[in-house]
Design a protein. Structure first.
Ligand code: GTP
Ligand code: MG
Length: 228
């Protein structure tokens, strides 16, 4: 059995009120645009607005989730072949928010030199970006956390960057599997100080969880506006 999740289910989230879900919808209803790409640390764009980054293994669905969030199918390039996104890609929407699509890691078929360069770029960015407010670590609902994710979690923890797991491709697992996977990951994340002990289950294909993730990001934008 697969999870019969729809965008309506996501709207009926228990974690966010209707008001918060609506704030998320409004935040992402505007126009989103490509704002730049960086293949090296030296070419990163200057820090301007608050950044929210999407990290995860190759092919986990990072670019697809950015398209689902922004409602623009072709904004971030996706592919069924791993290793599609090879640079940090920046998207701007409302004045206070930038989304960052990261290259995937754990892609064994790429040239060793390339892997080393991507790894250094991703870890360097995650460690040293003052404007980075939150990292969503995307994890395939079929596979759970993998050793390659542990290195990213270690970097995020050491740099005290706020982060939370987002399960992707939830349309591909049964409700029972989704529950087991969620329980295991929650237990794992509870041990980590900079991590959110909860997670958001999504499917870019059905739209499940997308409204909830928008609400989470809208809440983050509000918190940052209050701090400044
Ligand atoms: P890299 O850029 O290579 O690191 O990959 P990525 O994490 O950006 O993945 P991408 O968004 O390119 O998606 C990879 C593949 O997974 C594509 O074939 C997508 O259509 C598919 N995919 C993404 N999200 C979902 C989902 O929610 N459900 C299903 N069934 N497939 C998905
Ligand atoms: Mg990608």
């Amino acid at each position: 059995m697969t999870v019969a999740a729809t965008e309506d289910d996501a709207t009926a989230s228990t974690r966010y009120s209707h008001v918060e879900i609506e704030a998320g919808r409004r935040l992402f209803a505007g126009e989103w645009k490509f704002a730049g790409a960086a293949a090296t640390a030296a070419t990163l764009p200057p820090m301007a607005a608050m950044e929210v980054a999407f990290a995860g293994r190759s092919n986990v669905g990072k670019s697809s989730l950015i398209n689902a969030l922004t409602g623009r199918r072709g904004l971030a390039r996706t592919s069924n072949r791993p290793g599609r996104t090879q640079e940090l890609i920046f998207f701007v929407g409302p004045p206070d928010l930038v989304l960052v699509d990261l290259p995937g890691y754990g892609y064994a078929a790429a040239a060793k030199q390339k892997i080393a360069a991507w790894t250094a770029l991703i870890h360097g960015y995650l460690r040293g970006r003052a404007s980075l407010a939150r990292v969503y670590l995307l994890v395939d609902a079929r596979h759970g956390l993998k050793p390659a994710d542990e290195a990213i979690l270690a970097t995020l923890g050491a740099a005290a960057v706020s982060h939370e797991v987002v399960l992707t491709k939830c349309d591909q697992v049964s409700a029972g599997e989704l529950e087991d996977r969620s329980r295991t990951i929650r237990a794992e994340m509870q041990r980590r100080a900079a991590a959110f002990p909860d997670l958001i289950a999504t499917s870019s294909r059905t739209g499940a969880g997308v409204a909830e993730l928008r609400a989470a990001i809208a809440q983050l934008v509000r918190e940052h506006a209050n701090i400044r």
